[in-house]
Write a protein that binds this ligand. Structure first.
Ligand SMILES: C[S@@+](CC[C@H](N)C(=O)[O-])C[C@H]1O[C@@H](n2cnc3c(N)ncnc32)[C@H](O)[C@@H]1O
Length: 283
């Protein structure tokens, strides 16, 4: 029997089933400001494909039609609101399709953000493609912006020498991984971003929580989180995922079992099969 966490009124360590633009307004009205925003908005790249014929393994990726939420989306309102809710020196990391990079950069620039760098997620298990006509679709883009009103921002280099902007992780939205959402991001990738761009104890906002990956990554890295998710179906999935994860790590702590956060999640079969299953990739 799963016990869900009690909802506190201050939004900390919670995800709210609400449009993130209205949600950020509520946070600002309560005087809540955040240290880092990790945003994975709809890319609006859904299209028909024949990937549903791939039945070669468990949880095979079965489509590039992600759902209604990926049909139309305007990035302006949430980016403008993100500027208001971010603390001075805070970072905004935006996942998106390469084709939309210049749009995102323009909107962020007009909102007041300073562009810093691009970060590449290289998938070690990319989707197949016609290898005689195209490159394999193994790359996804993150764009890093900073709200600078003073000349200081957080950058916790993880590498021994330089920080590489290329991060290599397997996609978790298919294959051997537990799939909660058709475009879920790898927990370890988000952990790396959080560690570089925030400090322990700080507050991370994810306006588009999807399956709650950023919340799990924040828990694993000792940060607080707040998030929003518009679709009730995914909100229910992420609530269950986070609650069960918290119960497991608390159980392990009280029983003095050494923690390997990333591996304590178990397969939750009923989560699989919501919407079409696949992942973002550049077309
Ligand atoms: C690309 S997915 C995020 C996946 C997430 N990173 C994960 O690892 O599971 C984008 C999510 O944003 C949600 N969404 C779309 N518009 C929204 C809005 N205005 N406010 C909050 N959530 C929204 C969609 O329902 C979808 O689940």
């Amino acid at each position: 029997m799963v016990k869900y966490l009690i909802v506190s009124k201050n939004y900390i360590n919670q995800v709210i089933n609400k449009n993130c633009v209205n949600g950020m307004d509520s946070l600002i009205a309560q005087g809540i400001m955040v240290d880092l925003i990790v945003a994975d908005p709809p890319y609006v790249i859904s299209r028909d494909s024949n990937f549903h014929t791939m039945k070669d393994r468990k949880n095979a990726r079965t489509g590039t039609k992600f759902g209604e939420w990926d049909k139309e989306f305007d990035n302006s309102a949430w980016i403008i609101k993100s500027f208001d809710i971010l603390k001075d020196g805070g970072a905004l990391i935006v996942f998106n399709d390469f084709k939309k990079a210049s749009d995102i950069i323009n909107i962020c620039y007009n909102a007041g953000f300073e562009y810093k760098d691009v970060i590449i997620w290289e998938k070690t298990n990319p989707m197949p493609r016609n290898r005689d006509r195209r490159y394999v679709p193994s790359l996804e883009l993150m764009i890093w912006f900073v709200k600078i009103q003073k000349e200081k921002w957080t950058f916790n280099r993880q590498g021994n020498t330089y920080q590489s902007p290329v991060m290599r992780y397997a996609s978790e939205s298919g294959g051997a991984f537990k799939r909660y959402h058709p475009t879920q991001k790898p927990v370890k990738l988000i952990e790396e971003i959080i560690k570089i761009h925030s400090n322990p104890g700080e507050l991370v906002l994810d306006p588009f929580m999807g399956s709650g990956t950023t919340a799990i990554s924040a828990i694993n890295t000792g940060r607080k989180y707040i998030g929003f998710e518009l679709e009730k179906g995914y909100y229910d999935i992420l609530t269950k995922r986070i609650s069960e994860y918290n119960i497991k790590i608390n159980h392990k702590k009280t029983n003095n079992v050494s923690l390997n956060f990333y591996n304590v999640e178990e397969e939750i079969e009923e989560h699989i099969g919501i919407g079409q299953q696949s992942f973002h990739f550049a077309m």
